[in-house]
Design a protein around this ligand. Structure first.
Ligand SMILES: C[S@@+](CC[C@H](N)C(=O)[O-])C[C@H]1O[C@@H](n2cnc3c(N)ncnc32)[C@H](O)[C@@H]1O
Length: 196
């Protein structure tokens, strides 16, 4: 999408306006709110790892829902929120030292997204590559019975991703929040009960 078209769409968008009014750093915040309403995973999580956290809308939602949880947030861009519950690492997620966090997190969140080209299958392959790396990391850092929530853009690798997740988790579901644009290829995968 051209940047002028993107700006015009942002100006019109209901959730962009709502986010501004309610003080959320991203319209994506509403997607996580809807996910939590249905799956109730944040409320009981003590340690959360968040991939692709900037500007910080999801982190805000996590803190609101669970004032006791500790978040490790990773992004190559700056987080626009500073809070005692958030440990932020500004880096590529592949460079983080996961060795210190083995069997540590009970919930992993990923709203990570590569820069888009506008070419749907290319964009899908890029996000899928990131997800394959994240799925490898899960083995190391997620505790037994932990959960994983991730965004994906639909496409050819989706089946393989779901297959891998079904090998690792007892329950795997799809969810399309109302706040996710209808014409977007985006969908969320909710994987519960990690088998260690
Ligand atoms: C859709 S945004 C996340 C929005 C966030 N959930 C929120 O509510 O504010 C996707 C993020 O993924 C990040 N990202 C992309 N590639 C990354 C990488 N290799 N390592 C870490 N973060 C990355 C981008 O910088 C971007 O901030």
């Amino acid at each position: 999408m051209k940047s002028k078209d993107w700006l015009n769409r942002q100006k019109r968008d209901f959730y962009v306006k709502k986010a501004k009014k309610q003080g959320y750093l991203s319209r994506a915040a509403y997607k996580l709110i809807e996910i939590e309403k249905k799956f109730h995973l944040i409320i009981d999580s003590k340690k959360i790892l968040e991939f692709g956290a900037a500007p910080g809308g999801w982190s805000q939602v996590v803190i609101e829902i669970n004032p006791k949880t500790e978040i490790t947030a990773i992004d190559i861009l700056d987080l626009k929120i500073n809070h005692p519950q958030i440990n932020f690492y500004k880096d590529d997620f592949l460079n983080f030292d996961y060795g210190k966090k083995e069997n540590y997190y009970d919930l992993i969140l990923s709203d990570i997204a590569p820069n888009t080209t506008g070419h749907q299958s290319t964009d899908h392959l890029r996000i899928a590559t990131m997800l394959f790396d994240i799925i490898e990391l899960i083995d190391k850092v997620l505790i037994h019975n932990g959960s994983f929530i991730t965004k994906i853009w639909k496409g050819s690798e989706e089946k393989e991703i779901i297959k891998k997740l079904k090998e690792k988790f007892k329950l795997v579901s799809y969810f399309k929040p109302d706040s996710s644009r209808k014409n977007s290829a985006e969908i969320f995968i909710i994987a519960k009960n990690f088998i260690k």
